[in-house]
Design a protein around this ligand. Sequence first.
Ligand code: NAP
Ligand code: 3JN
Length: 339
Amino acid sequence: MREYNVAVVGATGVVGTEMISTLERRNFPVKELILLASERSLGRELTFRGKDYPVRVLSEDSFKDVEIGLFSAGGNISRRFAPVAAKDGCVVIDNTSAFRMEPDIPLVVPEVNPEDIGAYGTRRIIANPNCSTIQMVVALKPIHDAVGIKRIVVSTYQAVSGTGKDAIEELTGQTRALLSLKELEIKVYPHRIAFNCLPHIDVFLDNGYTKEEMKMVDETRKILKTPSMAVTATTVRVPVFYGHSESVNIETERKITPDEVREILSSAPGVTVIDNPDLSEYPLASDAAGKDDTFVGRIREDESIPNGINMWIVADNIRKGAALNAVQIAEILIDKHLD
Ligand code: NAP
Ligand code: 3JN
């Protein structure tokens, strides 16, 4: 089997380390693994398949023999280095928002629009959507195919791991400080995150929404190819380490019952239905963490309108929301599109 030289940009981060373990877990055909991060990580080593690999400092020369680049070191790094890598012949799978909305860059969730990967050739960059978008479209695409979705109203409950390693430390430190009646430090978020909920993810925009909220709106429309679908989002950071949860309300073109939704989703790729309220069984972030699937439950009729459904969607934001989705894209790329 052909093997590929793979670079992980942002290898020491929360997403980058999960990229490395996902490549290993899924037995991706890696020939050479190139780990790239900032000067801060010089001297560090990370383990892949039982072998230690040095972390190298990212530079314009990093991509000479690299065939696939998995980028997660922030938008500015991607804007600067993804075109350099592409010029050197690498196909970049970019986890940042830098290129997601560019018309000639595919924005892909493999369970939803794998066919769009074929258009990677123009720029040699494929964008991975935002984590909150990914889990929502995985669950909604089969319903959209069945009865058409007219409108989506979503509120998210997002784990701190979505902000990176500093935020995981901040929640840990603040929780310890509060429980031991010590002074707490607030560095990453504008307010205390421990024992709190912050309706503020990414920056505020002129329309009063946050950038995270508008990412959900714009990316959902692009992935589902429904440019005028009504979508509105409220994104909230909660004191959870791993796993994003979402309360999702949809209005459909044609009527669908909760039983029909459960049946459709029970055979949908990448979805597990957990929906036994009588037994207190529904998706939980604590159960979804460390798993690949998107979990859906609390499926019920929205009795306030003729064609409405409410549901609760949970996934591991670092796996399906980031690293796993990127590696799944790479798998389709090598299977169907690269020599
Ligand atoms: P993180 O834990 O803070 O890690 C950041 C990574 O980027 C580290 O490896 C860091 O290296 C590297 N980095 C930072 N500045 C760099 C520079 N100047 N040159 C080279 N490497 C640099 O953050 P994370 O949670 O892994 O997220 C990283 C990025 O992934 C985010 O900014 C975001 O764009 C994207 N992301 C996407 C999703 C999604 O929804 N799909 C979810 C989470 C994150 P050092 O350790 O050397 O500093
Ligand atoms: O906050 C989360 O739960 C997900 C965060 C994603 C993120 C964090 C920093 C920068 C992104 C993203 O993927 O949209 C970005 C970015 O690249 O804009």
